[in-house]
Design a protein around this ligand. Structure first.
Ligand code: ATP
Ligand code: MG
Length: 411
């Protein structure tokens, strides 16, 4: 990537307004577009969905498939640099774009994140630097590898190597018979078997790294999932023990440096029982983009993860982000539209907007909805960031919000 910054509001070498592009038009693309536009960039989105959340608000929306040659050519013609908002964008498409325009993260980095087997091998390679390793695992790609799986990986979780998200493509197994049946059920595609770990909690870390190798880490996020989907992120003093947080940040920086990564990277960790009355850290997986758990940065930090993505892509400076408020983020799934005020509506009933006016009457509540035209159970419709003067205050507001939305209380 060129180190010459792409200055917002300027005319580019193409003789056009400086324009940043994104592969994918989901909510992460939308918030990237919003951050880029706030700084004065033009934006372009490639997403086949004519009503994609990012496409709806971008200067340019190219609605072809991700691997369509003409679509990619249009994107290159429109853009001075291009990023991605989801890891399953075809890596060859990024390679094509990267031959003509700065692309961050690179196709090679995205390819590693797309494949759990490569991803874990990368984590193992970084372990000696940071002392943080993945859970014990084995790759299952052939019947021979299946038969050779060590018994001490059971009970475990079989995960498809590619295309899993929100806990999809995963089966828990206790015995070799269940393992064989699970691999069969997953279509004998390449998988990993991971040992089931005694999780105490889960956390994640965002870093942003520039083409010059400068890297900054955000504060560590504590995450709570419900049914395999992120429900709550808490970022404040005491959410994650300080020693583990420092190790998680160091590990994430090592993972980014070792890939020569450019852009925003999020790495997920497990906090596990170390068997001696304490805790240890295990690296789970990475996302080559901003992350749902990093949304709190929009209202609680002086640099949001999306502005960091813009800056890294455009070759602008990346000062160390400072969190100025304790924060809790509540994910807003489509279920809430059928569950207003905690009363579960019948599946056939029309969606009803959650009680936003009551939620927004609470101080320090920041509503982010993604402009999706219809609510469906399980669909990520938006998130709510809660900030305040103290941890106690933020927790108190969050408790009230969760009651209003009919969601389970904080742990
Ligand atoms: P996403 O992309 O939404 O983060 P995913 O489908 O890629 O999820 P993982 O993050 O690997 O899948 O796993 C989903 C959840 O399952 C984890 O957040 C954790 O709660 C649980 N889990 C995964 N692996 C293990 C393990 N080895 N031991 C115990 N729990 C695990
Ligand atoms: Mg995960």
């Amino acid at each position: 990537m060129s180190l010459k910054p792409l200055l917002p509001g300027a005319l580019s070498d193409r003789g056009q307004q400086m324009t940043l592009g994104v592969m994918g038009g989901g909510q992460l693309g939308r918030m990237f577009v919003q951050a880029a536009q706030a700084m004065g960039y033009f934006t372009a989105v490639l997403d086949p969905d004519p009503a994609s959340p990012a496409g709806l608000i971008s200067h340019y929306h190219i609605d072809t498939p991700y691997d369509d040659e003409q679509g990619l050519a249009q994107l290159m013609q429109r853009c001075d640099a291009i990023t991605t908002e989801f890891e399953n964008v075809p890596a060859p498409a990024l390679l094509t774009l990267g031959a003509h325009r700065p692309v961050a993260p690179s196709s090679a980095c995205v390819a590693v994140a797309q494949d759990r087997i490569q991803e874990k091998a990368h984590f193992v390679a970084c372990g000696p630097i940071s002392g943080v390793y993945p859970a014990p695992y084995a790759a299952i790609e052939t019947p021979e590898l299946l038969a050779a799986v060590p018994a001490d990986l059971l009970p475990g979780i079989v995960k498809t190597a590619r295309l899993g998200y929100d806990g999809k493509g995963q089966i828990r197994v206790k015995t070799r018979e269940e393992l064989a049946a699970a691999w069969e059920q997953l279509g004998r595609v390449p998988c990993v078997l991971e040992k089931l770990m005694p999780l105490q909690s889960e956390c994640s870390v965002l870093v942003a790294r520039g083409a010059d190798g400068q890297v900054v880490a955000f504060p560590v996020q504590k995450n709570t999932h419900h049914d395999g989907i992120l429900a709550i992120t808490e970022v404040h003093e005491g959410a994650v023990p300080a020693d583990l947080a420092a190790r998680a940040q160091a590990s994430t920086v090592a993972i980014a440096n070792h890939l020569n990564y450019v852009g925003v990277l999020c790495v997920e960790y497990f906090v596990v029982d170390n068997g001696a009355g304490g805790s240890d850290l295990i690296v789970n997986e990475m996302a080559p983009r901003p992350h749902n758990s990093g949304h709190y940065t929009q209202n609680a930090c002086d640099l949001s993860q999306f502005e960091a993505q813009v800056r890294a892509l455009a070759g602008l400076p990346l000062p160390t982000p400072r969190q100025h408020s304790p924060a809790i983020m509540v994910n807003l799934l489509g279920d809430l539209w059928f569950n207003a005020n905690g009363v579960r509506a019948q599946a056939s009933e029309q969606p009803v907007s959650p009680p936003w006016a009551q939620v927004l009457a609470l101080p320090g509540t920041h509503l982010h909805l993604y402009g999706k035209l219809s609510a469906r159970p399980g669909r990520k419709m938006g998130h709510l960031n809660i900030t305040g003067g103290s941890v106690a205050q933020v927790r108190e507001t969050a408790a009230k919000v969760l009651v209003l939305l009919g969601l389970p209380p904080l742990a």
